[in-house]
Design a protein around this ligand. Structure first.
Ligand code: SME
Length: 166
């Protein structure tokens, strides 16, 4: 595992994505535990970009709900349901959700009153959505399709490894 993943202090978001893109495989290599790997991914994203909340919601097949997974940031809702909120929209549609203003998203689940914008990307393993990566910012308009594009290789890597992890 890499000792440090931090980019230079003044690096732009684009530069940070490029820096990290070369390091995800090394971060995940050799560790078969899903929780451990998702926890480190959340930590790296939070450290690198300073977002308000970064974490995962995992599909709980037995209950047909999303349940809180590894995350970094303030206390969060533990369970999310079909048809309500940004995470559920990504789960239900399999399509990344870019929400520049959470107040304009009908049904947004406000786990933190400080969140202004949000990005949720579904994680697909064996053609099924198995969870989502959720990123919250306290700044309005702080997420865009460029973030989805930059994070896509990471999310694909997670999906490819998902079912092999314990
Ligand atoms: N806002 C999300 C809920 C999860 S929190 O942001 C951590 C939603 O609308 O699904």
């Amino acid at each position: 595992m890499a000792e440090t993943l931090a980019s230079a202090p003044g690096a732009s978001r684009e530069e940070r994505y490029v820096e990290l893109s070369n390091r995800w495989e090394a971060l995940l290599r050799g560790e078969p535990n899903r929780t451990a790997n998702l926890a480190n991914v959340a930590a790296v994203l939070k450290e690198e970009f300073g977002w308000h909340w970064v974490g995962f919601y995992l599909v709980d097949e037995g209950r047909d709900e999303l349940v809180l997974g590894p995350f970094q940031g303030p206390l969060a809702c533990t369970r999310l349901h079909h048809g309500k909120g940004v995470c559920a929209a990504a789960w239900d549609t399999g399509v990344a959700q870019v929400v520049p203003d959470v107040h304009a998203f009908d049904g947004h689940v406000a786990c933190s009153a400080l969140t202004e914008s949000e990005l949720v990307i579904p994680i697909v393993a064996a053609d099924e959505v198995v969870g989502v990566l959720d990123i919250d910012s306290t700044i309005r308009d702080d997420v865009s399709a460029a973030d989805v594009r930059a994070l896509a290789p990471l999310v694909k890597l997670l999906g490819n490894n998902w079912n092999a992890w314990e």
